[in-house]
Unconditional design. Sequence first.
Length: 56
Amino acid sequence: MADRISLGTIGLLFGAATVTVMMVGAFVVTDHLTGRLQLDDGIRVMSLPNPVLGAR
């Protein structure tokens, strides 16, 4: 049976890996949103009429 020190070390490694994955995911999403907003800055927003709702 495993002792407390080895289980604590394994738990620490899994915790560090979890935090690393969460931080990388947050950076990727933040950079994606920033890049998307920069690309969409010069685009005009235009909506088309909805044929289902507009046919009343």
